[in-house]
Ligand binder design. Structure first.
Ligand code: SAH
Length: 262
């Protein structure tokens, strides 16, 4: 079957054998349940299958690609022809997945944020090995006091430990994207601050980062009547900008926000 990449589905297929093997080499496969997001033509899938995982499930939105994958791999993989954003992983909590994939870049942050916000007490995955566009990966792993530090950092680092594995250049894909990519490895944090409603992390960070270049006095005032006192308690300077507030303080601010709305 002749496959013409669809731009609307963010289809940039990995074709570089070295990079495919490099990604595969990082994943500890033995006896693991694997879940691939957006397998495309199955280049990465084939490399993973060679290492004989216990089970591999793939989610692919493109029906043509699903037929191709089914022809290519037969019973070796379980194919779910669906939108990953509609897929409810919490139904699968009894078999913890190792998730991997070269994500469709137009929805990569939405996928990650949804997964984190919807994590239950018993998470449905142990590891994520995901490819993002480099600019997005840099925002996910950003440090405090840098211009990349923002909502995506605060949400990601809340539940996940994150390690950048390596960058991937445009020439490794067909068609070549205009941007560089990075592969990140995420594992679950053992300890994290619990919230009553995970969505509050989005509400609070949105309030702060809507005005990224302004002093945090404004968002603090918007969220809290006694913001001056709260700033004193947390030892934060109201003249700082959102990127200068530590992760820990953000999580404390969210907890405070929840306490006051009880
Ligand atoms: N992993 C493959 C292809 C990556 S391109 C490779 O490395 O070669 C991104 C893939 O995600 C494409 O196959 C595209 O069809 C699929 N995709 C795009 N949007 C999707 C969605 N909402 N849900 C599931 N898959 C999607």
């Amino acid at each position: 079957m002749q496959i013409k990449p669809k731009k609307s589905l963010g289809q940039n297929f990995l074709i570089d054998k070295n990079i495919i093997e490099k990604i595969t080499s990082f994943i500890d496969l033995e006896n693991k349940n694997l879940l691939e997001i957006g397998p495309g033509t199955g280049n990465l899938t084939a490399s993973i299958l060679k290492k004989k995982p216990k089970k591999i499930t793939v989610i692919e939105k493109d029906r043509d690609l699903c037929s191709l994958l089914s022809e290519k791999f037969g019973q070796q993989i379980k194919i779910i022809n669906d939108d990953v954003l509609k897929f409810n992983p919490n139904e699968y909590k009894n078999n913890k997945f190792i998730v991997f994939g070269n994500l469709p870049y137009n929805i990569s942050t939405e996928i990650l944020v949804n997964w984190i916000i919807n994590l239950k007490l018993e998470p449905w995955f142990s590891d994520l090995f995901l490819m993002f566009q480099k600019e997005v990966a840099d925002r996910i792993i950003a440090n405090e006091n840098t211009s990349k530090f923002g909502r995506l950092t605060i949400i990601s680092k809340w539940r996940l430990d994150i390690k950048k594995l390596f960058d991937v250049s445009p020439s490794c894909f067909y068609p070549e994207p205009k941007i560089n990519s990075s592969v990140l490895h995420f594992t679950l944090k053992k300890n994290y601050i619990k919230f009553k409603k995970n969505r509050n992390i989005e509400i609070v960070t949105k309030t702060f980062f809507n005005q990224r270049r302004k002093m945090i006095k404004n968002p603090m005032k918007q969220l809290f009547c006694d913001y001056i006192e709260l700033a004193k308690d947390l030892d934060i300077d109201l003249n700082l900008r959102p990127q200068n507030i530590s992760l820990d303080n953000y999580y404390k601010i969210i907890q405070k926000f929840e306490e006051l709305r009880n």
